[in-house]
Design a protein around this ligand. Structure first.
Ligand code: IPE
Ligand code: IPE
Ligand code: MG
Length: 236
């Protein structure tokens, strides 16, 4: 019997800007191409046994980009949600968003809420989109909520452990990622799933995100089976 594949794959979809630059086009052109690529990767998941796919769409640090790029990305997210909603419902995809919604515009947040609600009964694939997400920000927000419960006398501080804190994270209903993939050749985590990826396997590929095909995704996911995950233990 072959080793089980990863149930939860997380992807840092990087390289859209360079992809566009190589073609002499504006960065937003690359973001649009990247959004189209996501659909193909989503469709590949069920056959590969991937039940959870979590993708990094916009980080808490991405606000540092030009106003034109940020507003173009926000418009793309609104358009993507509007256009893909029906396909997600029909494909059995349950969509969730993680990240801080406070800084996002009300129209976008309303679309996010609506898509979560529309797909809440689906269970073929769990797609989580990280939007205005940062791992440190998530832990800080979780700590704030936990501290409020402690202050209110609802939680005994002596009983707080890693599991308690995990229950306050945006990802509290999700399993930890088994495999984290980053495209575009950068070998760093850039504040993605800091807590959750403590024992994940990593795969860094040189391909720019808009060029990342289903075939390459299948190859990377297939390679996971050969890895030896020890979680700190010594195998018998
Ligand atoms: C990833 O592509 C998408 C976002 C961060 C929104 P980039 O925009 O970071 O593309 P590069 O890394 O500059 O090529
Ligand atoms: C990480 O990519 C964020 C997303 C893919 C959304 P970045 O392009 O923002 O990361 P750095 O700046 O290269 O670390
Ligand atoms: Mg980048």
């Amino acid at each position: 019997m072959s080793a089980p594949g990863p149930a939860h794959v997380a992807i840092i979809m990087d390289g859209n800007g360079r992809w566009a630059q190589k073609r002499g086009r504006p960065r937003l052109y690359g973001h649009h191409a990247g959004a189209r690529r996501l659909r193909e990767i989503l469709e590949a998941c069920p056959d590969l046994g991937v039940k959870y796919l979590t993708v990094f769409a916009f980080s808490t640090e991405n606000w540092k980009r030009t106003q034109a790029e940020v507003s173009g990305l926000m418009a793309l997210f609104r358009r993507y949600i509007t256009r893909e909603a029906q396909a997600m419902v029909e494909a059995g995809v349950r969509v969730r968003f993680i990240g801080d919604r406070v800084r996002l515009d009300a129209k976008l947040v309303a679309l996010m809420d609506e898509l979560e609600l529309m797909t809440a009964h689906n269970h073929l694939l769990n797609l989580t989109i990280a939007l205005n997400y940062g791992g440190r920000d998530e832990v800080a927000r979780a700590t704030k909520r936990l501290a409020r419960e402690v202050a209110a006398g609802k939680i005994d501080p002596e009983g707080v452990d890693a599991e308690t804190l995990a229950g306050f994270l945006d990802t509290c209903v999700l399993p930890d990622p088994d495999l984290v993939i980053r495209t575009s050749g950068e070998a760093r985590i850039s504040n993605f799933l800091l807590w959750q990826a403590a024992y994940s396997e990593y795969e860094f590929v040189d391909t720019l995100w808009p060029d990342f095909t289903r075939a390459e995704f299948q190859r990377v996911v297939g390679g996971y089976g050969a890895r030896d995950r020890r979680f700190g233990a010594v195998p018998a």
